[in-house]
Design a binder for this molecule. Sequence first.
Ligand code: PLP
Length: 391
Amino acid sequence: MNTIERTDAYVFNTYARIPTVFVRGQGATLWDDRGNSYTDFLAGIAVASLGHCHPAVTRAIADQAATLVHVSNIFYTEPQAELAQMLVENSFADKVFFANSGAEANEAAIKLARRYFNEKGEPGRFKIITMNQSFHGRTMATLSATGQDKIKQGFSPLVEGFVHCPFNDIDALTALIDDSVCAVMMECLQGEGGVLPADPDYIKSVRRLCSERGLLLIFDEVQTGMGRCGTLFAHELFDVTPDIMTLAKALGNGLPIGAMLASKETVKGFTAGSHATTFGGTPLVTRAALEVLKIISEPAFLGEVREKGSYLKQELTKLMPRHKTIKAVRGKGLLVGMELDSDAGKVVRLAMKKGFILNAIQGKVIRFAPPLVITREEIDGVVKVLDDLLD
Ligand code: PLP
């Protein structure tokens, strides 16, 4: 049996996989087992933001792997402390909880929001409002939080206490708030939902509303955080601050790490024993993430992400008059969506044959989430291929 046959025979069939076996990656290039190379405009879905096998991250992983990979969280380690300090010093937050994935970071945020009000003597405040088309993960609580029915099918009964609301509609949100609501949880830009940014006025109004009504505001920055949108965290683009933020994906550039960051007041919800995980914040992953954060948080690096993101959007927009199938080009930084009035999956499959990895979401949207180190020449390459394919 070859790799594809063995995978299909022995691994759960939960992914609609594309039949390509990747064996190597460097920067924005991936190679398959037949020696074909591809320019990667997906980066493991916004994960390999520094490109595949970035030398500084690889060095940090190798060094740490030879020094100390894991000890229990009942002890202290320097990489965890250093990463937490750097995350706090570069954000609104005062403390960090380390998890292993985006869903787990969100799970921690949900638990913290509920527990915070419990500790305050308001156990009746437990509902969390999330948005239609949102995506927060696949654990029972995070799929219950997710505003997409297809993710929930067959898993009832769901975790109770999640209410969904139309995105970018402040009146609808206001109408849903009562004494049972503890938090609003949302993405500043819905990634899986179709690359849909929040309106700047809306997101400011959400912050105001949460503060006025005493609710916690949770930003899920699992996909939008770590420089993806051209600022270290996407909420900086909107000049609003949450009470809780979650990160994962690009934080480890491919190593599994999630983080839940919270403000000083909110941190009071958790005490020793409230929450835990065996692997969260292990020295190996935190050492790698520290290297990632040092590079991505450089203002010059983030400036380039903004510039290249504008360039990608501009060049894709230029295709619109020639290809009427393109209905919209939108996004922030290097998280860009091109909405078609036809099957985006077909375009993505054809682009792969031409050596470009893209991704189709919600049927009609092509998502671009390249490594943040992508070059203008590589952007020109994908735009040219799309121009030809859409013909
Ligand atoms: N939240 C958002 C916004 C995401 O985009 C994702 C994954 O795509 C998740 C949460 C879940 O992250 P993970 O797959 O690491 O559990």
